[in-house]
Design a protein around this ligand. Structure first.
Ligand code: HBI
Ligand code: FE
Length: 325
């Protein structure tokens, strides 16, 4: 029973942390880290709001019980939630032309034209999945909060994006200390529709399978600086590619201004850069293009020491190991 095996041993006797070999085993990869909880952390905008806390708990319980293959639960969002969504959507929209990369604008336009993403209502994950499946095969599955980096990255190996289903607090519509629906759907989804970002995310995920804690930390840091807070340059201007920026009005303006430092994206440097998770970043990495970022990321990933290689088979949605002699 795979559930009870926490460690694999390689031929040389090294211990390899357990990792999922089939997409269904992502059911075992939903451990949350407690950080910025509204129940305990006064910095959370929902702190002390019993109604908000109960709502978040209800949605998180639903997500925790989800198993691979289950139909995605339909969520009846409230009038107030739709209104918060609309307020954030419309405010972010004012920065789209000037502050976001071409791929984001193109993909968001297609999502809007198909009625998947609109300011009017919070979309259902089922509808988002139908769209993503056609574009890159990425699939959202509900999760109940901020996951451990190891579990979160393992799901990316299978082109699965673990997604929170609760919304930020209405009292703080333009900032959230944790991932929420706006971040996942308005930040990540248009970018996961891009084949280059989909590949980058999966590559980071595949490298994370069975990785050491130190390697996970490096991969999570690269993910952070490119998929969450990455910038690129288009026509000489800084444009956001990262979902953390694409879903945060204030930081999006800050990132593209000349206030913070900007360094060229180089995964070897990026992987060991410390970062800020409770305030705006003082430093951002800038890629020449999405293609260039993907090439550099693949070079970096193939340089990470590992005693085995992994093969992902999309037809069976499983991973096989190949051993180096
Ligand atoms: N968990 N639910 C969720 N959503 C994320 O975007 C997320 C996460 N856990 C970790 C994480 N992102 C990254 O910042 C890296 O640690 C991999
Ligand atoms: Fe994110």
């Amino acid at each position: 029973d795979l559930k009870n095996i926490s460690i694999y041993k390689s031929d040389k006797g090294e211990e390899i942390p357990w990792f999922p070999r089939h997409i269904s085993e992502l059911d075992q990869c939903s451990k949350c880290v407690t950080k910025y909880e509204p129940t305990t952390d006064p910095r959370h905008p929902g702190h002390g709001d019993a109604t908000y806390i109960a709502r978040r708990q209800f949605l998180n319980d639903q997500a925790v019980n989800f198993r691979h293959g289950d139909p995605i639960p339909y969520v009846e969002y409230t009038k107030e939630e739709h209104a918060t969504w609309k307020a954030v959507y419309e405010k972010l929209k004012t920065l789209h032309e000037s502050h976001t990369c071409l791929s984001y604008r193109k993909n968001l336009k297609m999502l809007e034209e198909e009625g998947v993403l609109t300011a009017e209502k919070i979309p259902q994950i089922v509808d988002v999945n139908k769209y993503l499946m056609r574009k890159t095969g990425f699939m959202l599955r509900p999760c109940s909060g901020l996951l451990s980096a190891r579990d979160f990255l393992a799901s990316l190996a299978y082109r699965v994006f673990q997604t929170t289903t609760y919304l930020r607090h209405h009292g703080s519509p333009h900032h959230s200390p944790e991932p929420d629906l706006v971040h996942e759907l308005l930040g990540h989804v248009p970018m996961f529709s891009d084949p280059l970002i989909a590949q980058m995310s999966q590559d980071i995920g595949l490298m994370s399978l069975g990785a050491t804690d130190d390697q996970i930390e490096k991969l999570a840091t690269v993910y952070w600086f490119i998929i969450e807070f990455g910038l690129c340059r288009e026509d000489g201007k800084l444009k956001a590619i990262g979902a953390g920026l694409l879903s945060a009005y204030g930081e999006l303006m800050h990132a593209c201004s000349d206030v913070p430092d900007h360094k060229e994206f180089d995964p070897r440097v990026t992987a060991v850069q410390t970062y800020e998770d409770s305030d705006y970043q003082p430093l951002y990495f800038v890629a020449h293009s999405l293609q260039d970022a993907l090439i550099k990321l693949r070079e970096y990933a193939s340089s990470m020491p590992r005693s085995y290689g992994v093969i992902y088979d999309p037809l069976t949605q499983s991973v096989r190991l190949i051993k180096k002699v």
